[in-house]
Design a protein around this ligand. Structure first.
Ligand code: PEP
Ligand code: MG
Length: 568
């Protein structure tokens, strides 16, 4: 079965389908309820829920940091809320309900109280109460298939996984994942690459052939799923796996070597991250800095905005980890396929063209300022740089810089210290920004090309839609010209130009990017060593030759065939 290869590698194991069914509890009157038996069932379920929550809190703290684990501390206090428990017990004892119905009803009533409150923060607590209720109900009904609560190794399959679902995946247990929907540059796929697990997305109608318990091989390199493979196929894949491990071992020699071309010319190879765990993984994989910190992941999997202090602690930790090495912190990029349910943003016809990234933060100035304060305060502990996403006009950039300067002035007034000379750059991911790159370059210290969006907006192809995912390619001559143009405009104004879209790790495209003069390549941790190795095979002059040839190609096919022919 074929899908879209979203994250490379091979995994073998038992399939677990994550059902998207809703829990339904019937309202029917329950006869002959054995009160003591139901109370007993309830006590056991509460105890199990408590153990689960403590465990997931601990794991989240280890994986993503304390701030993100706080949500589970809040869940624990709801679980132990004596009033809520009393209400459930009364429903069993007085109204003669069974444990499930009593929990469902009490949670419903209790969360309603919070929903009706004026205060937004209190309203958001209703979501927490329902979440805890659902956890207890799933235990009572034996439907416990939460992502974080896996007891054995599995290949996970789901119709779709949101980026926040993916953030909860326990990579000790989930060896690979498959989804019916999605495409290579959806954020879920990007996260799979940073988790280092194979993934295939966009299986479409094929998805129906999967069922829990099947033995499968996931070939993330080819986008292939093999169901109940024969022993011969299994052996072939074991061999392939072994060869891959040997190849990976060979790359280790580049771990402590600075990225350079065949003639020793230095180029920066850095990592894309979404949290502290990724930041550590980039270091472990030989990254020389961070070219993109997708800070929006700090805002996900929680019920309210992270405070300035919570954000400051994360940015400070990353700054200290990297010391004098650069860390490009991108300001909040919400919208498109990344939602924050607690912000209650309007549903849009075209979310990728809508209220997204800098457009939203310029409008929600409080959210923006809180983040800028946190980044500026953390800037004194390392080499942080700030980067604004989705800039499409000069006035937008000027407005963002004005707010940044306001925050600087406020911190000065409060005598709070921060790095005064922190560099400021922008993502180039909207074609309009490429066209006016000369004007934008006068206002910033660097550009970073976001090809995931640049392709989407140039070719008018939704980056998350599996039906047209073949059209989402950096080999399109229009995209290649825009990349070249961006680098030239940046260099003409004396600023450096990097790339943090997925194309930066595209092995075939590497000589083109090097030849076009790209200064910095930023990618998920697991691609770093391979790109460092490939760079050593090219001289700048050879790469310039490739770049000129590529720019003369007229079609995607011609570009690809030529790049395949010259690949080293
Ligand atoms: C991009 O658009 O290429 C990019 C790096 O940003 P994101 O994938 O987070 O939209
Ligand atoms: Mg983008």
């Amino acid at each position: 079965m074929l899908g879209i290869a979203a994250s490379p590698g091979i995994a073998m194991g038992k399939l677990m389908i994550r059902s998207s069914e809703k829990i339904e509890i019937s309202d029917e009157k329950i006869k002959n309820v054995d009160v003591s038996q139901e109370i007993n069932k309830l006590e056991k379920a509460l105890l199990k829920a408590e153990t689960e929550l403590k465990e997931v809190k601990k794991k989240t703290a280890e994986k993503f940091g304390k701030g993100e684990a706080d949500i589970f501390a809040a869940h624990l206090s709801i679980l132990n809320d004596p009033e809520l428990k009393k209400s459930v017990e009364q429903k069993i004892e007085i109204e003669k309900m069974n444990a499930e119905s009593a929990v469902a009803k009490a949670v419903d009533e209790y969360s309603q109280i919070f929903t009706n409150m004026e205060d937004e923060y209190m309203q958001a607590r209703a979501v927490d109460i329902k979440d805890v209720g659902e956890r207890v109900l799933k235990i009572l009904l034996g439907k416990n298939n939460r992502l974080e609560k896996l007891t054995e190794e599995v290949i996970l399959a789901a119709e779709d996984l949101t980026p926040s679902d993916t953030a909860q995946i326990d990579t000790d247990k989930v060896k690979a994942f498959l989804t019916r929907d999605g495409s290579r540059t959806s954020h879920t796929a990007i996260m799979a690459r940073s988790l280092g697990i194979p993934a295939i997305v966009g299986l479409g109608a094929n998805y129906q052939e999967l069922s829990s318990g099947q033995k499968v091989i996931v070939d993330g390199d080819e986008g292939k799923v093999l169901i109940d493979p024969t022993q011969k196929i299994l052996n072939n894949y074991q061999d392939k796996l072994q060869k891959q491990q040997v190849a990976e071992k060979k790359l280790e020699k580049y771990l402590n070597q600075k990225a350079q071309t065949a003639t020793g010319e230095k180029v920066e190879v850095v990592g894309n991250i979404g949290n502290i765990a990724d930041a550590k993984s980039v270091i472990k994989n030989g990254g020389e800095g961070i070219g993109l910190f997708r800070t929006e992941f700090l805002y996900m999997n929680r019920q309210s905005l992270p405070t300035e202090e919570e954000q400051y602690n994360v940015y400070k930790e990353v700054a200290e980890l990297y010391m004098d090495k650069p860390v490009l912190v991108r300001t909040l990029d919400i919208g498109g396929d990344k939602d924050l349910p607690y912000l209650d943003l309007p549903v849009e016809m075209n979310p990728f063209l809508g209220y997204r990234a800098i457009r939203m933060t310029l409008d929600k100035k409080d959210i923006f300022k809180t983040q800028l304060r946190a980044i500026l305060r953390a800037s004194q502990y390392g080499n942080l740089k700030i980067m604004f996403p989705m800039i499409s006009s000069l006035s937008e950039l000027q407005a963002a810089k004005k707010i940044l300067n306001e925050v600087r002035a406020e911190l000065d007034k409060e005598k709070v210290s921060f790095a005064k000379n922190m560099k400021v750059g922008i993502m180039i991911e909207v074609p309009a920004a490429v066209v006016i790159a000369d004007l934008l370059a006068e206002e910033v210290d660097f550009f970073s090309i976001g090809t995931n969006d640049l392709i989407q907006y140039t070719v008018a192809v939704d980056r998350t839609n599996e039906k047209i995912s073949k059209m989402h390619t950096p080999y399109h001559p229009a995209v290649l010209r825009l990349i070249r143009q961006t680098i030239e405009s940046g260099h003409r104004q004396g600023i450096w130009v990097g790339m943090c879209g997925e194309a930066a790790a595209d092995e075939l495209l590497l000589p083109f990017l090097l030849g076009a003069g790209l200064d910095e390549f930023s990618m998920s941790a697991f691609s770093i060593l391979k790109v460092k190795e490939l760079l050593t095979k090219w001289t700048r002059d050879e790469a310039v030759g490739v770049m000129h040839h590529v720019l003369r190609c007229k079609t995607i096919k011609e570009v690809k065939e030529y790049l395949q022919m010259v690949a080293k």
